[in-house]
Design a protein around this ligand. Structure first.
Ligand code: DX5
Ligand code: ZN
Length: 215
């Protein structure tokens, strides 16, 4: 089953609760939460206090995308404040194996992410240890950018690697996904789709419905 994960980075924070309820009602299965430290990426977004506060009012699946340096210092906190899946950047980790083990220990789902310029081959040693791989389809750091089409080739390459190993790992894409290219991402081999501006700008229910229809 393919999963839609709206990214609240593009939500209207005045209406955050309302908008989260709306995407869930419209059929989205995950909520994508981008944690940025102003260091791994230029912007600062939100962190555990916000996630903890949202967790009080919803049982929605929280898919946390850590865009932070020293991810190992965030894992415990993310698990405690309500994350269901914790995804870290390969490029930010000194020892990816130990970050994976740390997430595993919390009982949360484990994700590893690569930026557009990082080759899929670096993931090879980790594929049998993670639940999801996120292939960034834009440079991480902000919403509303255009999808880098070449990144979808990396999705296909990764799906082939996983199939060859007989591994059932989710492939997530994040960045620049729209109604017009979501089918391409699925065809390339992705099954978890992040969309920020394509969900939250305009009519949210209509946007979610259209994306789901094309997936
Ligand atoms: C970007 C974030 C994304 C972002 C996607 O670094 O990881 O999750 O919200 O936004 P869109 O879908 O607008 O490209
Ligand atoms: Zn993200």
């Amino acid at each position: 089953m393919n999963i839609l994960a709206p990214s609240i980075l593009s939500a209207d924070f005045w209406k955050l609760g309302e908008q989260i309820e709306e995407v869930q009602r419209a059929g989205a299965q995950y909520l994508h939460i981008d944690v940025m430290d102003g260091n791994f990426v230029p912007s600062v977004s939100y962190g555990s206090p916000v996630i903890r506060s949202l967790r009080k009012s919803t049982d929605f699946f929280f898919d946390v995308h850590l865009m932070v340096n020293h991810p190992e210092t965030y894992i415990e906190r993310m698990a405690r404040c309500g994350a269901d899946s914790i995804n870290f950047h390969y490029e930010a980790a000194e020892d990816a194996d130990s970050v994976i083990a740390q997430i595993r220990q919390t009982g949360k789902r484990v994700g590893i992410t690569i930026k557009p310029e990082t080759p899929v081959a670096v993931l090879e040693p980790y594929l049998d240890k993670v639940d999801m791989v996120l292939i960034m389809t834009v440079e991480p750091g902000k919403g509303g950018q255009k999808l880098i089409a070449g990144c979808l080739d990396k999705v296909t390459e990764l799906r082939k690697m996983l199939d060859a190993k007989g591994l059932q790992v989710d492939i997530q894409v994040d960045g620049g996904i729209t109604d017009d290219n979501v089918a391409m991402a699925i065809k390339a081999g992705a099954n978890v789709i992040v969309a920020g501006s394509a969900v939250f700008l305009g009519d949210i229910t209509e946007n979610v419905t259209n994306l789901l229809k094309n997936m």
